[in-house]
Design a protein around this ligand. Structure first.
Ligand SMILES: NC(=O)c1ccc[n+]([C@@H]2O[C@H](COP(=O)([O-])OP(=O)(O)OC[C@H]3O[C@@H](n4cnc5c(N)ncnc54)[C@H](O)[C@@H]3O)[C@@H](O)[C@H]2O)c1
Length: 416
């Protein structure tokens, strides 16, 4: 088969490689010419896909910025971003642009699957009609389905193949086609009755995480005031063999998904005279976490008779989670920005993030970051960073991830 992938980011590139590894031809389309060049050169820019893996299948991947080659595909998967506008409403701009480009070259017999996270109703009400502008009829001349991506960048215990894939087709025949397609790269396919159910299932997964992270973060703020160690509390609660799922407190939510996707549903809910209160509340609590962390930084410095202004604060880990370089919506950026505004002399170390252009900062080595630091703050605990060395060497350490509890440093850090 020939599979088209539109949007070659964290979602699209692994899919392109997976289909190519199974022996299929892939037409990989992105509007970003730099990504197209990188793919052509066998240079991966996604940490989960080593360049050797991409280079090994390069002859089966035709990378392009043009839609025309998609006319040769049996199936086209749309994996473009679904961000929010400045006033936090769904921005379907990239999804609509990709769909419109595809509509111009759509052929009878093709299957189109949307993978981008979006609100229920998008595939049925927006994508299918736009594709029908081609003159072909959805469900009759071509097939349409929604199948949410569940990739968790950096995760190695579950892969594209071993993570069950949810699929909802516009018609039964649409679902049959989509199930047969994903069967090639996934072991387990979960078929639901409509694209809308598949769209909402993805949002439920993300909202579940967002709400539970907010819950444990609210607990962390309360435990802090009460003088109780939240990590000890979470450890204790997590011994219950049923009815509890562990979520760890931290500096807030980041990445492309959790800070964004839930608001697709709260926006849509308003059309149905509903206010999605859990979503809004979780967003509020999580957005406040970086400010809580800054307040804690002020307190830790204050206890050592130091003001924030003029203190050298070394931040360790600025990506939104351990093991990856993704800084989208990372709470570390807010923490650095607020500390800078308060007059701190900020420096950071992150083996995955060489520079933070928007803050005018470049990564320091671990040694340089610790050199002369008044306080070290562990915001994201990358596995390759020696956190014991940070605790041993920095005069003060604030650990927002609880990572130093497992360490063997002689001294101890202040915990979130
Ligand atoms: N990153 C994740 O972990 C993850 C997980 C599950 C679902 N998702 C969802 O998958 C979708 C894609 O996310 P991502 O993280 O891969 O985004 P990304 O930003 O890494 O990649 C998207 C790619 O689409 C390209 N693009 C933008 N407009 C285009 C267009 N009109 N035509 C072709 N290409 C276009 C961009 O240049 C970019 O390379 C989003 O809806 C996201 O919510 C992401």
């Amino acid at each position: 088969m020939t599979i088209g992938i539109m949007g070659l980011g964290y979602v699209g590139l692994p899919l392109a490689v997976a289909f190519a590894e199974e022996g299929h031809d892939v037409i990989a389309l992105d509007t970003d010419a730099r990504k197209i060049d990188a793919i052509r050169n066998g240079d991966s820019y996604i940490e989960d896909i080593p360049s050797e893996r991409l280079a090994a299948v390069a002859d089966r991947i035709e990378a392009t910025t043009h839609a025309q080659p998609l006319a040769r595909c049996d199936a086209v998967l749309i994996c473009v971003p679904t961000p929010l506008t400045a006033n936090r409403e769904p921005d379907l701009g990239p999804l609509i642009a990709a769909t419109r480009a595809l509509s111009g070259v759509l052929q009878s017999g093709q299957l189109v699957v949307v993978e981008s996270t979006t609100y229920p109703g998008t595939t049925r009400e927006r994508i299918a009609p736009m594709l029908e502008e081609s003159g072909l009829v959805a469900g009759r001349d071509f097939h349409v389905a929604f199948s949410p991506e569940r990739v968790d960048p950096g995760r190695t215990d579950f892969t594209l193949r071993t993570t069950p894939k949810v699929v909802g087709g516009l018609t039964d025949a649409c679902a049959d086609r989509a199930v047969a397609l994903y069967d090639i790269v996934c072991d387990t396919i979960i078929r639901v009755s409509t694209p809308d159910a598949a769209e909402l299932s993805k949002l439920l997964e993300n909202i579940f995480r967002s709400v539970n992270i907010a819950l444990v973060n609210e607990m962390a703020m309360l435990a802090d005031r009460m003088g109780i160690d939240i990590w000890e509390v979470v450890d204790a609660a997590a011994t219950k063999p049923y009815g509890f799922m562990r979520f760890d407190p931290g500096p807030g939510m980041g990445g492309h998904c959790l800070p964004v996707d839930p608001f697709y549903l709260s926006w849509r809910a308003r059309e149905f005279d509903m206010t999605a209160e859990f979503i809004e509340l979780a967003g509020k609590v999580n957005q406040n976490m970086p400010y809580h962390c800054v307040a804690k930084i002020e307190r830790v410095l204050n206890d050592a008779a130091k003001p924030v202004r003029g203190s050298r604060i070394a931040v360790f880990g600025v990506s939104y989670k351990a093991g990856v370089g993704d800084i989208r919506e990372s709470p570390a950026l807010k923490i650095l920005q607020v500390l800078g505004g308060l007059g701190a002399d900020v420096v950071y170390h992150d083996p995955h993030v060489p520079e933070l252009n928007e803050l005018g900062l470049a990564a320091a080595t671990l040694d340089d970051a610790l050199d002369g630091a008044d306080l070290a703050v562990i915001v994201t605990a990358h596995p390759e960073v020696d956190h014991d060395a940070i605790v041993d060497r920095a005069p003060l350490v604030l650990d927002l991830r609880g990572i130093t509890r497992r360490g063997s440093a002689d001294r101890s850090a202040v915990l979130l």
